[in-house]
Design a protein around this ligand. Structure first.
Ligand code: SAM
Length: 283
């Protein structure tokens, strides 16, 4: 292990997706993409032994919140207090994102086994996300930035791009980490969309995209007819969509329009579909 960490790394825990950054240039590029500015509130997810934290600590933020599931690392960070620094020992998957008040920038070399559900929650539940920079496995990065019609375009692409503009920062190989993961990694930047571009009924959109991408090779009219007893293909025609279209060809905007037309007030009945989008992957 190189010495870019704040403190010595313990033996990596596979169950927590621990692959620690060992190349300071990579860490610096992540910090630069966060565009740190005076007075920022910054959260780091999974600081581990602190390669990223070491570069975040000297910045002129007003608050730095470290969220770490591994008690050992949470305690190590808590033992190095400074004004405005807060350490939360907990699971990011159950974090109450709604309670983050004011603008927040969020960064992290995410544990790859939980990155997708984590980002799903962060973009939709954080009230005032101002920017996010995440390291994820490259395949997930491809899905986050995928455009309609591509093989990578799926539920995660539509959902995330309903809330933020996504952009790939850079791609790096396994040798930047210790221990090295089996796959390449990508750093992705999220820039929130204005509120008027976000889904009106997020729950309905969530369920619609999961439903559609579980059957991505099927026609829209077939998918919707099977799930919604009152469905008529006229709905699709009125929105300028071809009932024979496959879900993977709909734009993010079209998914939002369809969700709002099908479910103008209430969320889609939950029991009609499974919520497993079947797309999660991990190293
Ligand atoms: N930031 C360090 C770095 O870049 O070297 C560590 C990154 S490592 C890929 C992921 C980190 O997330 C680990 O420290 C791990 O303990 C932590 N972690 C794993 N699952 C977590 C969860 N559900 N909530 C919060 N932290 C988690």
């Amino acid at each position: 292990m190189s010495d870019i960490n704040l403190f010595t790394a313990a033996r990596a825990k596979k169950s927590l997706g621990q692959h620690f950054l060992r190349d300071e240039r990579v860490v610096q590029r992540i910090v630069d993409l966060l565009l740190p500015a005076e007075g920022d509130q910054i959260m780091e997810i999974g600081p581990g032994p602190g390669a990223l934290t070491a570069l975040l600590r000297p910045l002129p933020w007003s608050r730095l919140l470290l969220l770490e599931k591994d008690d050992h690392y949470a305690a190590e960070h808590a033992a190095r207090p400074m004004p405005g620094l807060e350490v939360v020992a907990g699971d990011a998957l159950t974090y109450p994102w709604e309670r983050l008040e004011g603008p927040w920038k969020i960064a992290g070399n995410l544990p790859y086994n939980v990155a997708s559900p984590l980002m799903w929650d962060i973009v939709s539940r954080t009230p005032n996300l101002s920017r996010a920079v995440f390291m994820v496995q490259k395949e997930v990065g491809d899905r986050l930035t995928a455009r309609p019609g591509s093989r990578e375009y799926g539920a995660l692409s539509v959902w995330i791009q309903s809330f933020v503009r996504t952009r790939k920062g850079f791609v790096i190989g396994p040798s930047a980490f210790s221990p090295p993961p089996k796959v390449d990694s990508a750093v992705v930047v999220f820039e929130p969309l204005p509120p008027e571009h976000r889904p009106v009924h997020a729950d309905s959109l969530s369920r619609l995209v999961k439903l559609c991408f579980q059957q991505r090779r099927k026609q829209l009219q077939g998918i919707l007819r099977r799930s919604l007893p009152d469905f008529s293909p006229d709905v699709l025609l009125r929105l300028g969509m071809d009932p024979a279209q496959r879900p993977e060809t709909l734009s993010v905007k079209q998914f939002q329009q369809l969700s709002e037309t099908l479910f103008p007030e209430k969320i889609m009945p939950e029991r009609s579909i499974s919520l497993d989008d079947g797309q999660e992957t991990c190293t």
